[in-house]
Design a protein around this ligand. Structure first.
Ligand SMILES: NC(=O)c1ccc[n+]([C@@H]2O[C@H](COP(=O)([O-])OP(=O)(O)OC[C@H]3O[C@@H](n4cnc5c(N)ncnc54)[C@H](O)[C@@H]3O)[C@@H](O)[C@H]2O)c1
Length: 247
C-alpha cells in the first residue's frame, strides 16, 4: 500500500465486480478509505481490501433508485461525514434492435446508466459543495462516440454521461472537478468473453492494439484522476480503448 490517497474517502459504485472492483482495490492500495456500493454484495472486493489492511465498508444500493441513493448519501454523511472522490462504475449493457426494443428496456438502461450517474453526482455534490472540494468520475464508454448497431439504449445512455460530465464540470468549478472515462472493451463479466470464440472476438472487436483491455488499466486512469497530478483536469472524458476511437 502507498500513502498517495491517505486520509481521503472514496465511494465506488458497481464495486462488486469488474471495473468497479478493480478501481476500489486500486484506490485502497493507494491508502484511500473505501465505501463500496453495489446492488449485490461486494464480499470479494471487501475481503481483498480488508486483507490489504484497508479501511472499507459496503453499502448495498440501487443507483437508479432515488430512495436508495438518498439513503446511501445519508449514511455517508452520518458515518464518514465527508467525501473526496465518487466513482460511478455501476452500469448495465443491453442489446436489442430498434424495431424490437421494448420501451421499458430502453428506460431500464437509461435509468441505471444515466439517471444513476445523475443521482450519484447530485448526492455527491450536496456533500462536496459545502466542503468546497471533491472529484466526481463517471464511467462512460467508447460506444458513446463509436455507436454500435443494436445497442441504441446503451450508446445513448453513455453519450448522456459525456454531456453530464461537461455540464457538471462547468457548474461545480472551481472547487469540484468532474471527469469521465470511456473505455473500449474490457475483460469483465459484463462482456462475458469466456463464452465467445476467438473468431467472434477478432471479428467484432476491431482494435489497433489487437487486444481487449484489463480492468486494472481502467483503474489506473481513475487512480490518476483521483491523484495529486490530475488537478487541472475537468470536463474531460479519457478513453483507454486500444485505439478503436481516436478523439
Ligand atoms: N466491460 C466493458 O467492456 C466496458 C466498456 C466500456 C464501459 N464499461 C462500463 O464500465 C462500467 C462497469 O462495467 P463492468 O464491465 O465492470 O460491468 P460488470 O457487469 O462486470 O459490473 C457492473 C457492476 O455494476 C453493478 N450494478 C448494475 N446495476 C446496478 C444498479 N442499478 N445499482 C448498483 N449497482 C449496479 C452490478 O451488480 C455489477 O457489480 C459500466 O458502467 C459499463 O457500462 C464497460
Amino acid at each position: 500500500m502507498t500513502e498517495e490517497l491517505a486520509g481521503k474517502t472514496a465511494l465506488v459504485t458497481g464495486a462488486a465486480r469488474g471495473i468497479g472492483a478493480a478501481v476500489a482495490k486500486s484506490l485502497a492500495n493507494a491508502g484511500g478509505r473505501l465505501i463500496l456500493c453495489d446492488q449485490r454484495h461486494t464480499t470479494e472486493t471487501l475481503n481483498s481490501i480488508k486483507e490489504l489492511g484497508g479501511d472499507v465498508r459496503q453499502q448495498i444500493a440501487d443507483v437508479s433508485s432515488e430512495v436508495s441513493v438518498a439513503s446511501l448519501f445519508k449514511s455517508i454523511s452520518e458515518t464518514e461525514g465527508s467525501l473526496d472522490f465518487v466513482i460511478n462504475a455501476a452500469g448495465i449493457l443491453s442489446e436489442s434492435k430498434i424495431t424490437e426494443i421494448p420501451t421499458a428496456e430502453f428506460d431500464r438502461v437509461l435509468s441505471v446508466n444515466l439517471r444513476g450517474s445523475f443521482l450519484i453526482a447530485r448526492g455527491a455534490a450536496q456533500i462536496m459543495k459545502p466542503a468546497k472540494s471533491g472529484r466526481i468520475i463517471f464511467v462512460s464508454s467508447e460506444l458513446a462516440y463509436l455507436g454500435r448497431a443494436n445497442f441504441s439504449a446503451y450508446c445513448a445512455s453513455k453519450a448522456g454521461v459525456v454531456g453530464l460530465t461537461r455540464a457538471l464540470a462547468r457548474e461545480l468549478a472551481p472547487d469540484i472537478t468532474v471527469n469521465s472515462v470511456a473505455p473500449g472493451p474490457i475483460d469483465t463479466p459484463m462482456l462475458g468473453l469466456e463464452n465467445m470464440s476467438q473468431e467472434w472476438i477478432d471479428k467484432e472487436i476491431d482494435i489497433p492494439l489487437e487486444r481487449i483491455g484489463k480492468p486494472s488499466e481502467i483503474a489506473a486512469i481513475i487512480r490518476f484522476l483521483c491523484g495529486p497530478d490530475a488537478g487541472f483536469f475537468t470536463g474531460q472524458t479519457l478513453s483507454p480503448n486500444g485505439g478503436a476511437v481516436m478523439i
